[in-house]
Design a protein around this ligand. Sequence first.
Ligand SMILES: Nc1ncnc2c1ncn2[C@@H]1O[C@H](COP(=O)(O)OP(=O)(O)OP(=O)(O)O)[C@@H](O)[C@H]1O
Length: 685
Amino acid sequence: MLYESETAEQEHLRDIVKKLQAALTAIEDKVSDSYRDVIEAKKYLWVNMAQLDPAERAANRVDISLSIDAGEKAVAKRQRISKLVSSPYFGRVDFKALDHAEADACYIGVHAFSEEESQRNLIYDWRSPIASLFYDFHVGEAHYEAPMGRMKGKITTKRQYKIRDGIMDYMIESSMNINDDVLQKELSSSSDEKMKNIVATIQQEQNRIIRNETAGELIIQGVAGSGKTSVALHRVAYLLYRFKETLTSGNVLIISPNKVFSDYISNVLPELGEEMIMEASMEELAAQELGSICKFQTFYEQAAVLLEDRDEAFAKRIRYKARLDLIGELESFAKHAETHYFEPEDIMLEQAAISRKAILDSYQATAGMPLEQRLAKTAAVIGGQSRTEDGERLKPAAIKKIKTAVKKMFKIPSMLNLYKEFYNFIGRPEMYKPIAKNIIEFADVFPLIYLKILIEGAEPVQLVKHLLVDEMQDYTPVQYAVLAKRFPCKKTILGDASQSVNPYSSTSLTAIKEVFPRAESMELLKSYRSTFEITNFALRIKPNQELVPIERHGDVPQVIRYGSLKEELDGIRELCRQFLNSKLHSLGIVCKTKTQAEQIVHAIKELHADVHLLDFTSEVFHEGITVTFAHMAKGLEFDQVIVPFADRETYQTELDRSLLYVACTRAMHSLYLTYSDEIAPFLHV
Ligand SMILES: Nc1ncnc2c1ncn2[C@@H]1O[C@H](COP(=O)(O)OP(=O)(O)OP(=O)(O)O)[C@@H](O)[C@H]1O
């Protein structure tokens, strides 16, 4: 039976590949035609420029731009079809709708493909409504949401395929654990330089998140390796498909932790036929917000001070500014500032005099507006109402003087001074400690920006219609308050409370929900990245009763003790050699600090292998040996991970526990920890 269906499937595949190749040839002709059209039209315009009147020239330019448009569309289509030629589809569901006599076979691929003449769908896009059947149901009763309403029926057949270079690697007939079989194969493969798409094996719980169209803010709390980032990117691809009339990739912004991470995820959307979205780090947003107000320490500089200096007062300041209550305190202060620092005085102009009382009345009438707008409005109103002794309106020059005078009545002129004043106001002046004149600590950056927004008002960033925030646990409530003001659009916010690389300023799901009270939240509890043995090992460092490890087995992680530091470094070199002789693609040596990472790079220099040190200035992620530290490694993954210096001295605080957890959960297939003194307490069995 299976043999029969396999023969039929092979035939079907050959037929589809033939049709795709024909379509590819046709589209290649179309691309060449549009290219020729553009050249011809440009030549014509150039040769006849003098004879053409302006209307003809304009018409020619429109023609050229239409040809360019058609050309670009054809190029995009060519790209999609050539991808399909190599792997046309990965799934099939035969669905028999209630009112149909027979089931229709529906093949699902990364892109859609239909026959030119009949317009019959030969392949459905994985994001199409009918394709949801593939992800949500096994054989039996099923339904999907079509544009005309819910379609109920029955899945009679479900199959999965792996097709490479137009040839079928394998095909699996549906059963209850079919997804697991294919998923196991996918997860067992080696890592890549770039994150891969997961369309062929999206799991039901992930699909619910990807296809959620209703949430204004969707918060995804997911354990390490549960596919949060993958799911968020597939969700973007889904929304771009679903709302193509109103949403383009140019409308989506991702706040990502660093450039290496952005590089690592940069292939997923293009693989799905979409353009990469805009990306920015919190620091980039902050620099834009603060302009010339002041300079600031970066998040990573803050982390380095926390790890290397262990400055208690510094940690205390960070913790203080990570409180949810800070938002309300800043809001109360902004209100207080508006009334208490505004000191109206009489304005005496040559032609008119304006009383202090009139100014105060106007100012009070504008309550509720952001301060800067309030001052401008106050000046405009009194300027408009005032008359000269002859009863005439004031001249523009006089109105300008009023504007300047009213502005000066607000007595704390600089935003930085106003921010400093906030700490006097709440009776905690010791909580503000700039690094130098005009350079503030990272923990002050977003409270200052929020105060600035409260005072000056926030212009929403209209271009951004969907905001993606990854590693949500590392941002404070005030950072979210700023994002809420600047980006009042839909949001997908994702992270894992267990992976905070800065517990002094980490934010729980509950706190984020306080900032976004209408947010929907969804949980991902199954961990896909690491083998069962690695996940269980990591759970000993940070227990989580709810986490479900995937049943994919590998070697038990090894914790190796050496007699001295020298022996440990020799041991790490040996592990690197073994990696270089293996079939694995990537080895991550994940330390706690940058200084330790540099020490390792120095120690393995003699291997003469390509070794990449990933630090805050890095921009790309490479295969081979990468040496880095937990802050930089978050979000990334490696076939094999070595965690050096897993000793008591290095890992002792709760922050260290998180960093050790992040380091271990980066491993997909094998994990080693080395130490040469006393083992870290979190690793005791
Ligand atoms: N449905 C799936 N099919 C195949 N692979 C999957 C699936 N879900 C997740 N993965 C794989 O699991 C790994 C982890 O995914 P991802 O990085 O998106 O998880 P994460 O939750 O963001 O991880 P972390 O928070 O630990 O950085 C990746 O290799 C991804 O390809």
